[in-house]
Ligand binder design. Structure first.
Ligand SMILES: C[S@@+](CC[C@H](N)C(=O)[O-])C[C@H]1O[C@@H](n2cnc3c(N)ncnc32)[C@H](O)[C@@H]1O
Length: 231
């Protein structure tokens, strides 16, 4: 072996090991909402249930809307409006300067809704067809999006709420009214109820954080969310 070869061999053997790199910190696991099976959408064939007189006592729709401080000129989306039980009550609150976008998945519900809007002589309510993944709403427009007894029926809540964010105006509020899942006395099927923890966790994964909670309704949670701002 030549002297050069011996030298190179020795150098290779004695070269110090590179300092061991510190292991990369393990990223915090994402906070995942527990899996939940969406309830099937309530069929238009049962639409009469949405206008049953007992609703006034069980759900207090006017007191619920009072708590939302809806004012003239606002653009409100009644998401999953059904036959417009709430949209028709919101219309006079936003007045002629405002607008109600009443959305639904089922064209038959929207037909029933249009008939009620026409019968009431309202000109500021627009019926909008939604899909499982799209609200059908215009960009950056909605000041308040109201889901009454709807969120738990969304077949693809992640896609739907992502699309809703596109449609929200700055500082918009998103309101969920859901039957209380914590309360066995509320006489509604379990799949149509949600707990506050469930709603908070799911809305959290969709980029929202809760700003208000009202507990005065007899059977339902009234929960208000806003888009979570980066710290
Ligand atoms: C239990 S009803 C409630 C109707 C109305 N919010 C009310 O309180 O009278 C639920 C409604 O949500 C609608 N819905 C379900 N998924 C929807 C979606 N992805 N987009 C729009 N509407 C939806 C159903 O078609 C149904 O009309």
């Amino acid at each position: 072996m030549s002297r050069l070869a011996v030298f190179l061999l020795l150098f290779a053997c004695t070269r110090p090991e590179p300092a061991a790199e510190a292991p990369a910190p393990t990223p915090a696991p994402p906070i995942l909402a527990p899996a939940r099976t969406p309830a099937p959408a309530m069929s238009y064939l049962g639409a009469d249930w949405l206008t049953r007189p007992e609703r006034l006592v069980e759900e207090q729709p006017d007191a619920m809307l009072d708590a939302l401080r809806i004012t003239s000129g606002m653009r409100v989306a009644d998401i999953g409006a059904g036959v417009g039980y709430h949209a028709l009550r919101i219309a006079p609150r936003v007045g002629s300067a405002g607008r109600v976008y009443a959305t639904d998945l089922q064209p038959e519900m929207l037909e029933l809704l249009r008939a009620r809007v026409d019968a009431a002589g309202l000109t500021n309510v627009e019926a909008v067809r939604s899909s499982d993944s799209s609200t059908g709403l215009p960009d950056a427009t909605i000041d308040l999006a109201l889901f009454v007894d709807v969120y738990h029926e969304l077949a693809d809540p992640a896609a739907f709420m992502r699309d809703l964010r596109r449609a929200l105006a700055p500082r918009a509020r998103v309101v969920l009214v859901e039957f209380r899942g914590e309360d066995p006395e509320v006489p509604i099927k379990e799949e149509h109820k949600m707990t506050v923890d469930q709603v908070d966790a799911e809305l959290g994964t969709h980029g929202f954080e809760r700003s208000e909670r009202h507990d005065f309704l007899p059977w339902q949670h009234l929960l208000v969310y806003r888009v979570r701002q980066p710290n």
